[in-house]
Write a protein that binds this ligand. Structure first.
Ligand code: ADP
Length: 252
């Protein structure tokens, strides 16, 4: 913030200042609304696991002592809902931290290596074929936050595996000053309307499916935030029932 020193101004200068001031007020208001929506969505998301945990605990208290099957069911659900809450709170914290660019730890990272690591761990986890085409002459090293870039690529490849059943393709391309990574799946795809909101916090096309797969609706928002903080961009092309391609672009 800078102190405003107002000297004598002519009408043009005053109207310029007025426009700048109004634009600033709009931005503050927009941020306030975003914050408010985030808090209300977050409380809503946390309410579901809390009420499941509560009702199973009550059931345990009433009937868990002499019914082993109730004990089993209740404790398993309490555990999975607690896991869910833990994952959700960790992701919310991540979003809050990422907002502050000073939290990024820049170093020279081999982006091909990071992508290969992500592919290796996800193809093992999902027991799926993930093909990697490196359309670059040699490994590319960029200045980036290793953990965060790993996380952003992980989210995209993880989603591609989660929301499709067929082969997933990751393609890395060298575009002079830029580097791009396409994550291609032949899954359910997204409608034009869904594509518009896909990077919004907590946005999920099919809440039940995402929840079942352990999703929170925060993954793509986190990915978007990380890539933006690195001066890059992310976009999607998709067709319902044909699949999606998410493209990350990073400055080299
Ligand atoms: P989630 O944790 O629910 O996966 P994301 O923010 O990563 O949250 O994704 C938001 C929503 O976008 C998902 O719930 C899903 O409906 C949709 N989505 C994300 N990736 C894909 C994909 N590759 N194909 C189809 N739908 C997707």
């Amino acid at each position: 913030w800078e102190k405003l020193a107002i000297k004598r101004k002519n009408n043009d200068e005053i109207s310029e200042m007025q426009q700048a001031y109004n634009a600033m007020i709009d931005r503050i208001e927009e941020n306030r609304q975003k914050q408010e929506r985030f808090v209300s969505d977050a409380s809503h998301e946390l309410r579901t696991p809390i009420s499941v945990i509560k009702s199973y605990t009550e059931l345990l208290q009433r009937r868990g002592k002499d019914k082993p099957e109730i004990f089993e069911e209740a404790t398993a659900s309490i555990l999975s809902e607690s896991d869910r809450m833990q994952h959700l709170t960790e992701q919310m914290l991540l979003l809050a931290k990422n907002e502050d660019q000073e939290n990024l730890l820049f170093e020279q990272v081999n982006i091909n290596q990071i992508t290969r690591d992500v592919i290796r761990s996800l193809s093992t986890a999902y027991q799926r074929e993930i093909k990697f085409y490196q359309e670059v002459d040699q490994d590319i090293t960029i200045s980036a936050d290793r953990r965060k870039i790993h996380q952003a690529i992980y989210i995209l490849v993880d989603n591609a595996c989660k929301y499709s059943e067929d082969i997933v393709i990751v393609r890395m391309r060298d575009k002079q000053q830029l580097l791009s990574i396409d994550v291609v799946d032949k899954g359910e795809g997204l409608s034009a309307e869904d594509q518009e909101h896909i990077f919004d916090r907590f946005y999920r096309v099919d809440k039940a499916r995402s929840r079942k797969a352990g999703g929170t609706g925060l993954g793509l928002a986190i990915c978007h935030q990380i890539i933006q903080a690195h001066g890059g961009s992310i976009h999607i092309t998709s067709q319902v029932n044909e699949g999606s391609t998410f493209t990350l672009t990073l400055p080299k």
